[in-house]
Design a protein around this ligand. Structure first.
Ligand SMILES: NC(=O)c1ccc[n+]([C@@H]2O[C@H](COP(=O)([O-])OP(=O)(O)OC[C@H]3O[C@@H](n4cnc5c(N)ncnc54)[C@H](O)[C@@H]3O)[C@@H](O)[C@H]2O)c1
Ligand SMILES: [Zn+2]
Length: 327
């Protein structure tokens, strides 16, 4: 009988959570890390799907983090003009963010996620227990991304961080389950209201404008996506406070909740000028202006295109100076 599905994963993930799966199910492995997000990987997966005679009734199962999820979603969206994909996210970042919302894709040498589609998963299955062997920095990275949802839309979620970051850091399964359910609900609500990122969906980019610029300036090395978002949330909050849009006390709460998750990596060697240049290239540039998602209060953000350059420059420079001096 033809297998009705194919699992896509990575060696490291199978070792951590999927021992034994290989003997029972058809699995195709892709290489570890961001470098697997290429059209070459896509072609290899399509070849395997054709060889297995997968049909439109077949399902692709993505067992992994955002990399596996993004590539698998893309392949599922183009094989026979689209077959179902089920996401089984195995990183915290994937559980709270990348597995939900239907953005799929691979990188081009000219830029990240330049090739892709929107293809909603048929099902997202998240289990806190698969996160137990996740490396510490990967886990913290997911916590930074989760804190984002508190700032943009959910005061109670934010307060859960203020109350119980130690429990989250200890990976208490019940605390993780509550967190993932809350973040997933917010992401799903926002995406349902604005699937193709016309407007509302852009609030999910809180912390990402400067975050992406930092990642690019550090050449996607040394800093993880969630860590860059951690820096980006602090920067956006400082910008909002400088503009008089956010109370100083709320800004401090956002910074201390971010710092409570863990120490952000040193940024020595990252130049302010590279970050500002990368900002100019940000794909969120609309009509020549960099759009910032700025907090007005915890739980409420606005999108604003008119932040004076000097304020952005000062905040970025100040943050980089601190990040070089950190013990
Ligand atoms: N589609 C979207 O909406 C969306 C949103 C955010 C990010 N992304 C994408 O997600 C990607 C990042 O995802 P990520 O942070 O999950 O990184 P990742 O998929 O590279 O996983 C991080 C590392 O953890 C390992 N790993 C995964 N699960 C594990 C487990 N349970 N135990 C032990 N090790 C495990 C992986 O092998 C990898 O080395 C980026 O490519 C980004 O562009 C997509
Ligand atoms: Zn993100």
């Amino acid at each position: 009988m033809k297998p009705p599905y194919l699992i896509v994963s990575q060696p490291r993930i199978l070792k951590a959570v999927g021992q034994g799966l290989k003997k029972q199910f058809p699995i195709e492995m892709i290489p570890d890390g961001e470098r697997a997000k290429t059209l070459t990987t896509v072609t290899r997966l399509l070849d395997r799907m054709v060889a297995l005679n997968l049909t439109r009734q077949s399902t692709l199962i993505a067992l992994g983090g955002g990399v596996v999820g993004d590539v698998s979603g893309f392949v599922a969206s183009i094989y026979m003009r689209g077959i179902p994909v089920v996401q089984v996210p195995t990183t915290l970042l994937a559980q709270v963010d990348s597995s939900i919302g239907g953005k799929t894709g691979v990188n081009h040498r000219a830029g990240k996620n330049l090739i892709g589609t929107f293809h909603q998963p048929r099902l997202v299955l998240s289990d806190p227990l698969v996160l137990m062997k996740l490396p510490e920095r990967e886990y913290a990275s997911g916590l930074f991304e989760s804190l984002k949802y508190g700032v943009i839309r959910d005061v109670e979620l934010f307060e859960e961080f203020e109350r119980n970051t130690p429990g989250l850091l200890k990976r208490d399964p019940e605390a993780i389950e509550r967190l993932v359910a809350r973040c997933a609900r917010i992401k799903a609500e926002v995406v349902m209201a604005d699937e193709k990122e016309g407007n509302l969906r852009r609030i999910l980019n809180f912390g990402h404008t400067i975050g992406h610029a930092l990642e690019a300036a550090a050449r996607y090395q040394r800093i993880k996506h969630g860590e860059a978002v951690g820096y980006g949330m602090v920067a956006a909050s400082r910008i909002a406070a400088r503009l008089g849009k956010l109370d100083e006390s709320e800004r401090r709460r956002i910074e201390s909740a971010t710092n409570g998750i863990g120490r952000l990596p040193l940024l020595d060697g990252v130049k302010g000028r590279s970050v500002l240049n990368a900002l100019q290239h940000d794909k969120k540039i609309l009509n020549g202006a960099v759009h910032f998602v700025l907090p007005r209060a915890i739980g409420k953000v606005e999108i604003t295109p008119d932040v004076p350059f000097e304020i952005v420059r000062d905040v970025v420079k100040g943050m980089l100076d601190e990040a070089k001096r950190k013990p």
